[in-house]
Design a protein around this ligand. Structure first.
Ligand SMILES: [Fe+2]
Length: 223
């Protein structure tokens, strides 16, 4: 079974409590929709990652905006469930942008990243990283993957959301984020998918085919 949740921001108990409360068991997969936060290289991050390695389930995440990308991109790139991932620990994987994964017979198109609205108060490469926003290469790679799968996937995993859903949350899209949320808007309208899961907004909202998660956990794979 696959269990999907929102931002964890390096809070180990948040991750494990959410998952265990939702009923995760051995051999299952936990997915975090960005702002995973455990790869900042702080002593307690390493301790938490070591503790994750003792858990009986796999943990996978798309990147958010509050990730240490310098550190994250240093982990070895590996094949994971038919796509490319950074392997953070034996059972912990970063799902790279534009990749498609086949997990328990379900396909997941993944595309992390988002703009940090609090960027001005953060020091680059210490507490903020420019890689938070996708590059042209990321978009190109996504396009190649989407063409390969015929623009059809079971699930989409991202951190932020299409522009129109930002409006539906009663918020205004940030101009710096517009390229990405506009891309997601295009994707939302053109892609054949069952459900789209995202995080970023620190609230739980179910819009039917698009679900924004914070501390809620959605289980997929029952059918
Ligand atoms: Fe967050």
């Amino acid at each position: 079974m696959i269990y999907i949740t929102g931002d964890t921001h390096a809070f180990f108990d948040q991750l494990t409590n959410r998952m265990e409360h939702a009923g995760i068991t051995q051999g299952d997969t936990a997915i975090v929709c960005g702002d995973f936060g455990f790869t900042w290289g702080r002593d307690y991050d390493e301790m938490h990652l070591d503790a994750m390695e003792q858990l009986p389930y796999t943990i996978a995440f798309v990147d958010g905006n509050h990730e240490n990308f310098d550190k994250l991109y240093e982990y070895p790139g590996v094949d994971f469930c038919g796509g490319k991932a950074h392997q953070v620990r034996q059972n912990v994987f970063h799902l790279m942008r534009g990749e498609v994964f086949e997990i328990e017979g379900h396909s997941f198109f993944c595309f992390g990243g988002a703009y940090s609205t609090d960027k001005a108060g953060r020091t680059p490469h210490i507490e903020w990283w420019p890689q938070e926003l996708p590059t042209n290469e990321d978009y190109k790679h996504a396009r190649a993957s989407l063409e390969r799968i015929g623009y059809k996937t079971d699930y989409v995993l991202t951190h932020t959301i299409p522009t129109s859903f930002i409006h539906r949350l009663g918020k205004y899209p940030d101009a710096h984020d517009a390229e990405l949320t506009g891309y997601f808007e295009w994707l939302y309208r053109g892609l054949d998918f069952k459900k789209w899961f995202a995080g970023h907004f620190h609230e739980n909202r179910d819009f039917g085919d698009l679900v924004i998660l914070y501390d809620d956990v959605v289980r997929v794979g029952e059918s």
